[in-house]
Design a protein around this ligand. Structure first.
Ligand code: GLU
Length: 416
């Protein structure tokens, strides 16, 4: 299978890469390369015109050695079980690297939510929850938002879980609206955590973030907030952004809020006044200080890796760089902040949301930010120190630390 098509294959190769240093037995490696459990379901949904469409959905619970499995739900037309498996594995390493008492999972439905009315989206969200609710729960598996799902979808799903089980279990799902058991700071946590990691990387490279040029690929939840926080909190200059329809660039800097208003009005960032329209490929190859891939997997491949000119690549998306591309970036001495280190802010604040739900508490925003910073900074320094000490790429360092923690838990539990 083509590497770009076999995302799970890429993730499995990463496990092999770090297993040498850890001296993993083939038996243990075998367990780590297989999902613990998978649900495949057909989800019939009544559409507004009275017809019934049946969608295919998945939930992969990858590894629960360190705790209940955790990970988002994606609604995307190009979804595949292969991608979900890879993403569920990455969630396992992400939770371990950030030292959360959680395992990894991911879910998805093959659909294009942009074609749905609000009522259709609600019916699909509730139907998906109905098909997984017997297999999840606050101490089993806890979903969250991901590509094309949001707090409203989480609220419908939480309500559906309550309808079916009879329990108003806030902790069954995270990324909920703040007035329904959600946490302060969850909505932009992925981007905020990403910038905390970038701040650490910039300090390492002695790069001044004020005035640093940044290109952001993707303008969804992660991409928009990355652009916004970059300008508002760090004084960086966002010179290009993109979405699935194309990219725009403006060397003097873009105002992310104005671009968002334009996108909300027209459906896309393209044709934003005063900016030049470029392609998504051109955006990735811009001569910038920081490149933030914040869209989907496989953005940086063997085809374009040679032409990436950024000094820092901060992977806010999951799996944006293929293995071959990774080697090229490493050879070019580009500082990569690997995905599950860089984008851990989302699940970290999800975990804080669970803690608040379990204790019936509500933390102020400043408390959430303080704890998030502590988590991200600790993980960043651990990965960087490991990478320097053993002269291995940042990604391999992150994998090795995370996989070792998962294996330790498996040993203590007597699984291996
Ligand atoms: N979907 C996010 C991720 O990929 C967050 C997951 C969560 O909060 O459980 O990390």
């Amino acid at each position: 299978m083509d590497e770009a098509m076999d995302f799970f294959g890429v993730v499995k190769r990463q496990i092999c890469n770090c297993s040498l240093g850890l001296n993993l037995s083939p038996d243990v490696e075998g367990i780590l390369k297989m999902p613990m459990r998978e649900l495949h379901m057909s989800i019939p949904v009544r559409m507004d015109d009275g017809s019934i469409r049946t969608f295919q959905g998945f939930r992969v619970q990858y590894n629960n050695a360190r705790g209940p499995t955790k990970g988002g739900i994606r609604f995307h037309p190009d979804e595949t079980i292969n991608t979900i498996r890879g993403l569920a594995a990455i969630m396992t390493w992400k939770c371990a690297l950030h030292d959360l008492p959680l395992g990894g999972a991911k879910g998805g439905v093959i659909c294009n939510p942009k074609e749905f009315s609000e009522a259709e989206l609600e019916r699909l969200s509730r139907a998906y929850m109905q098909s997984i609710c017997r297999f999840i729960g606050p101490d089993r598996d806890i979903p969250a938002p991901d590509v094309y799902t949001n707090p409203t979808v989480m609220a419908w799903m939480m309500d559906e879980y309550a309808n079916v089980t009879g329990n108003t279990a806030f902790g069954v799902i995270t990324g909920k609206p703040v007035s329904l058991g959600g946490s302060e700071g969850r909505h932009d946590a992925t981007a905020r955590g990403g910038w905390m990691a970038i701040r650490e990387a910039a300090a390492d490279l002695e790069m001044d973030l004020a005035g640093a040029t940044v290109a952001v690929q993707g303008f969804g939840n992660a991409g928009y907030h990355a652009a916004f926080l970059g300008t508002a909190h760090y004084g960086a200059k966002i010179v290009a952004v993109s979405d699935s329809r194309g990219a725009i660039s403006r060397p003097d800097g873009l105002d992310p809020e104005a671009v968002l208003a334009h996108k909300n009005e027209t459906g896309s960032v393209i044709r934003f006044e005063g900016a030049e329209t470029i392609s998504n490929e051109e955006l990735l190859e811009l001569d910038v200080d920081i490149l933030i891939p914040a869209a989907l997997e496989n953005a940086i491949t063997m085809q374009n890796a040679d032409r990436i000119r950024a000094r820092i690549v901060a992977e806010l998306a999951n799996g944006p760089t293929t293995t071959e591309a990774d080697e090229i970036l490493y050879d070019h001495q580009i500082h990569i902040i690997p995905d599950f280190l860089c984008n851990g802010g989302g699940v970290i604040v999800s975990y804080f949301e669970m803690v608040q739900n379990f204790t019936m508490d509500h933390w102020p925003e400043a408390e959430v930010y303080r704890r998030l910073d502590e988590k991200i900074t600790t993980a960043y320094r651990a990965v960087k120190d490991f990478s320097r000490t053993y002269a291995v790429p940042m990604r391999q360092a992150a994998y090795t630390i995370a996989v070792e923690r998962v294996v330790k838990a498996m040993e203590y539990r007597g699984c291996v």
